[in-house]
Design a protein around this ligand. Structure first.
Ligand code: ADP
Ligand code: MG
Ligand code: ZN
Length: 718
């Protein structure tokens, strides 16, 4: 059975391997069991019913809450050559009758329907006459009143098990607490269902928090980094979304505001422009997101920090569904807490209010974290995460260096002491920096010896240092609207005993512009050309570009440069139908590009491990081949580089190979083996061709090892 599943996976979806749990779930579905699937957004839930649909004899019925999503999913299935349709209120009565006939004649494999259909007796009759093999309830949390997105129409689904007692049901969701899960199972009458819960870790999402100071400037830097790629910016209020969107447009970006206050038609249009890559930035309130499944959102920004971690993780979850590295950036300032608290105060129910306050505190704790953010969030959701360094959050990525803060701490504490512990941080900082205010001159504080004695730290840095001194318990801060700084007993001791103190150094660069370009080693020029082609085809077919190919597929193309249809078919996401429909057009662009730039196709490894290594590895261990090149430029031998980097020599050679393939100019002369050996191997390549190593190895009577042979090939190419 299992080999046919893999064949189906490649033929219809273009993939070689399953994501975690997919195969187990699919096997359980095909064994006629009821199943419950809890997987994060982007985990790949759809495949868990779409692939069985192709293996089963009858029709798979899919219940899905959102009209827009249904259409995108059906378009994607059709592009893969799968007979799928949907029935919902966007269609005319005549169209529906026509589709029903198609379903009855057994021509359809997958039929999506909206839940409210189930309240029509005529529709139930129609369903009864179908040969249904499987029922999938997508976004199953919508059935529970305890969930965050209860839809009364989902209550109609209670009757499914009664109407089709023999048909297996699969319920899928990305958000369900224990309570909601029990509710889903009970409502659907599938208490015996097998439960699959996957990890909520999304390793391709890079989590970071930056200070909301000069926010717009920082935002613009981020947006430029993601030029033309899909971005969602979450704002606090409707007004904020409009203001920011206007601002961005005047800066030359293609942005639109989106919030619940806009007319339905306008919202629909905005979504559509975004999905079709006509605009790339959505500036939204949290009203935006449920309705779209765009797989290639590369950046999610929270311009104001969110009010709960649950919401936060769901919103950032909309980034990188396609598995490619994506950024999630939260702007944080304590001052924004006031905006949230203003609304919390409106809550009448004391219990609910307390809970909302607790949730807000948890977000603020997250934002101020100095340890791994991923670990904190996964723990928060009840998962243990044991990695010491996740490599994809700002806390794990910044090297924590300390500096001797004795002098500056003495200055700050003295300033507090000289003004009798009666002022807040702002006042103390102004005084230290020599910024004279009316109040200060009235009080004569400009005459104190601590006035204007700091010029080596900025205001922001001083604030950060004060925060750290509070954490070290040298100072405390009173509560209330105007908190005052007070020296603690420990602080007094620090001053009188002339103790020393080390503090964490300020991060110098909050936004690492390099990170992204470093990560991706595919050919950016070709990628851009392929995107243009994708957009043209999509427009002609009137579907979103991601229906044609995902970014992940295009990046693989721009990495391997497949130049014939056999190699093209090995690219992830290229199934037989897509090969047939789009292969020629894409190959043409690829071949032109490699000719123009003198590039060579790379061998595509069929096994996932190799393929993944090529595409995703950089995301995990930061551009490793460029570090190799640095050492190479310092004329170290391959063996020494391997030792220095703790890698195998063959890995080092593959780094060099990759760089050469990308067109990096390298001087490898110094690595050349003895001239006689070099000539011999070179001749062997000329005789056997340079595609494969084995013939050369054999031609040379196995006298030279593969490393040396590979090295010679590199030198010949460089
Ligand atoms: P979910 O419904 O869990 O949010 P989707 O089913 O929409 O996730 O899948 C997210 C993305 O992952 C889609 O672009 C899909 O094509 C891709 N995907 C799913 N399964 C695989 C797989 N086995 N290999 C590669 N990509 C996959
Ligand atoms: Mg889904
Ligand atoms: Zn981390």
């Amino acid at each position: 059975m299992s080999s046919s599943i893999y064949a189906t996976l490649k033929k219809y979806f273009g993939y070689d391997e399953f994501r975690p749990l997919q195969i187990d779930i699919i096997n359980s579905v095909l064994a006629n069991k009821d199943n419950f699937v809890l997987m994060p957004t982007g985990g790949g839930k759809s495949l868990c019913f779409q692939l069985p649909a192709l293996e089963l004899s009858g029709l798979t019925l899919v219940i899905s809450p959102l009209i827009a999503l249904m259409k995108d999913q059906v378009d994607s299935l059709k592009a893969n050559g799968i007979a799928a349709e949907f029935i919902n209120s966007s269609l005319s009565a005549r169209e529906i009758i026509c589709l029903q006939d198609q379903a009855l004649s057994g021509k359809l494999k997958i039929l999506y329907i909206a839940p409210e259909r189930m309240s029509l007796d005529s529709f139930k009759m129609f369903l009864k006459n179908l040969d249904i093999s499987l029922i999938a309830v997508d976004e199953a949390h919508c059935i529970s009143e305890w969930g965050h997105d209860f839809r009364p129409d989902y209550r109609n689904l209670r009757m499914l098990k009664k109407l089709f007692p023999q048909t297996p049901i699969i319920a899928l969701t990305a958000t369900a607490t224990e309570k909601v899960r029990q509710d889903i199972l009970k409502e659907l009458g599938i208490e015996q269902a097998k439960v699959f819960i996957s990890s909520f870790n999304r390793p391709n999402l890079n989590l970071s928090v930056i200070k909301k100071k000069n926010a717009l400037e920082k935002l613009l830097i981020l947006l430029k980094k993601y030029k033309d790629e899909s971005i969602i910016i979450y704002c606090f209020s409707r007004k904020d979304t409009e203001n920011l969107s206007n601002e961005l447009n005047s800066e030359g970006f293609k942005a639109r505001a989106y919030h619940a206050g806009l007319e339905a038609e306008k919202r629909r249009r905005t979504q559509d422009l975004f999905i079709k890559d006509e605009i790339n930035i959505i500036v939204a309130t949290i009203a935006f997101g449920m309705g779209i499944d765009k797989p290639d959102v590369r950046l999610v920004v929270h311009y104001t920090f969110p009010k709960s971690l649950e919401g936060y993780y769901q919103e950032v979850g909309r980034a990188g569904r396609d598995g490619l590295p994506s950024d999630c950036v939260m702007f944080y300032t304590y001052a924004d807490a006031r905006k949230h608290k203003f609304f919390l105060n409106e809550i009448v129910d004391e219990k609910i209010k307390k809970q909302a306050e607790r949730k807000l505190d948890e977000v603020m704790k997250y934002a101020e974290l100095k340890s791994c953010r991923r670990q904190y969030i996964l723990n928060y959701f009840g998962e243990t995460y044991l990695e010491k360094n996740c490599k994809t959050c700002d806390c794990c990525n910044t090297e924590k260096t300390t500096f001797d803060a004795t002098i500056i701490a003495q200055k700050i504490l003295s300033a507090i002491l000289r003004t009798d512990s009666r002022f807040g941080a702002g006042y103390i900082i102004n005084m230290l920096k020599g910024k004279l205010t009316d109040r200060m001159s009235d009080l004569g504080h400009n005459k104190l010896s601590v006035f204007n004695i700091v010029n080596d730290f900025s205001n922001d840095e001083l604030r950060e240092i004060i925060d750290q001194l509070i954490k070290h318990d040298l100072i405390t801060k009173t509560g209330g609207e105007y908190p005052i700084l007070i020296i603690t007993a420990k602080g007094h001791r620090f001053l009188t005993q002339k103790e020393k103190i080390e503090l964490t150094a300020m991060p110098t660069k909050e936004i690492d512009e390099e990170r992204r370009t470093e990560n991706l080693t595919y050919d950016q020029g070709l990628f851009a050309k392929l995107r243009v082609l994708r957009k043209q085809i999509a427009d002609k077919m009137n579907v979103p570009p991601f229906v044609i190919f995902s970014d992940a597929s295009l990046q693989e193309m721009a990495y391997y440069f497949p130049a014939n249809s056999e190699n093209f078919s090995l690219i992830g996401g290229v199934g037989s139908r897509k090969l047939e429909s789009f292969g020629k057009d894409f190959l043409k662009v690829i071949i032109e590009h490699i000719k123009e730039n003198n590039l060579l196709s790379k061998e595509i490894y069929k096994s996932r491990v190799r393929k993944k290594a090529a595409i995703y590895k950089q995301a995990l261990d930061k551009d490793t081949s460029s570090a190799t090149i640095d050492l190479l430029n310092r004329k170290l031998t391959i063996i020494d580089i391997a030792k220095a980097r703790g890698l195998a020599p063959s890995t080092i050679i593959s780094h060099i190979e990759r760089q050469i393939d990308l067109g990096t100019k390298l001087n490898l002369e110094y690595l050349k083996p003895r001239q006689a050996v070099y000539e011999k191997i070179k001749t062997a390549f000329q005789q056997c061709g340079d595609e494969k190593l084995r013939p050369v190895f054999e031609y040379l009577n196995e006298e030279y090892d593969y490393e040396t042979i590979k090295l010679v090939r590199l030198i010949m190419k460089a």
